[in-house]
Design a protein around this ligand. Structure first.
Ligand SMILES: [Zn+2]
Ligand SMILES: [Zn+2]
Length: 283
């Protein structure tokens, strides 16, 4: 496989298994060209996260240095066999960029790429922040309603995209609210909000991830859907692949199938990152 897997976790975030090296070794076995190490960036400096079991959502602040040095050592150790790229998957929280940047800026130079994600929603006048892709918060879908979850999610992505203080390269798992197979009632309204989001992503110039983790969830489909990928192609938005592996054996999950789909839609290249600079590789 001439391409890479840009979305991988490891035991550092406490809800994935395996050391980073195990993921790298499997990636080599699968003959991947690149593996992007991208564990969840810490949460504990954020406000209003009392309801979230964030200790099991991400690595902790004191672990950042070890995460980076381990990844840097693996990059060197396996450089003959695979390109290791070092990044983080970072959650966007509205109006909390300064706190994030206090911790991110000192280490940012050591990163090749940053995945920008939203896993947490915090409705205005709502019940507080909650993890909408965490099955322990399923009751919140009933409380707010599925449509509201989708709409608020896409509006949150728009805030992330339009924040000049949130620095990232790639949008992760774009239509994540479908994870538990919740279908909006007013599909058209949600689609319009989704399209507005895509247009803003296009304007920002960041890439989007085709995340095969969704194929392992109730929705049984990659994020985003084929219909959305077609819109992305029409808007000329760059893409790359991520498995969202939380176990070593999930590396490059169904990538061959995904490459076929991308080619059929019209994509002929995938984005690649080094020191936060984007290049492209042909597929
Ligand atoms: Zn995770
Ligand atoms: Zn994620």
């Amino acid at each position: 496989m001439a391409y890479g897997d840009w979305h991988t976790h490891n035991q550092g975030c406490k809800h994935a298994v395996g050391k980073i090296e195990e993921y790298v070794k499997i990636a080599i076995e699968f003959k991947l060209k690149t593996i992007g190490v991208s564990d969840h960036f810490p949460y504990e400096f954020l406000n209003d996260i009392e309801r979230i079991p964030y200790e099991e959502y991400a690595i902790a602040l004191p672990e950042i240095e070890k995460y980076l040095t381990t990844s840097e050592e693996l990059k060197e150790k396996y450089k003959q066999d695979i390109t290791v790229r070092i990044g983080f998957e970072i959650d966007y929280f509205k109006n909390q960029e300064s706190a994030l940047n206090t911790h991110l800026n000192p280490i940012k130079k050591r990163l090749d790429f940053i995945l920008g994600s939203i896993h947490i929603l915090n409705f205005f006048n709502g019940r507080g922040a909650w993890g909408f892709d965490d099955s322990r918060f399923r009751k919140e879908y009933e409380y707010y309603g599925v449509d509201a979850v989708y709409l608020f999610y896409y509006q949150s992505i728009q805030k992330m995209v339009n924040s000049d203080k949130f620095d990232f390269d790639i949008i992760s798992h774009f239509d994540l609210p479908k994870k538990f197979n919740d279908i909006p009632t007013d599909k058209e309204k949600v689609y319009e909000e989704m399209m507005r989001t895509l247009e803003q992503i296009k304007k920002k110039g960041v890439a989007m991830e085709i995340n095969t983790g969704g194929l392992r969830k109730d929705c049984k489909e990659q994020y985003p859907s084929v219909q959305i990928i077609k819109e992305m192609f029409f808007l000329d938005i760059p893409v790359l692949l991520g498995s969202d592996a939380h176990r070593p054996e999930e590396i490059a999950w169904k990538f061959d199938k995904m490459i076929e789909i991308l080619k059929r839609i019209g994509y002929s290249e995938l984005a690649h990152y080094h020191n936060r600079k984007r290049t492209f590789i042909e597929i």
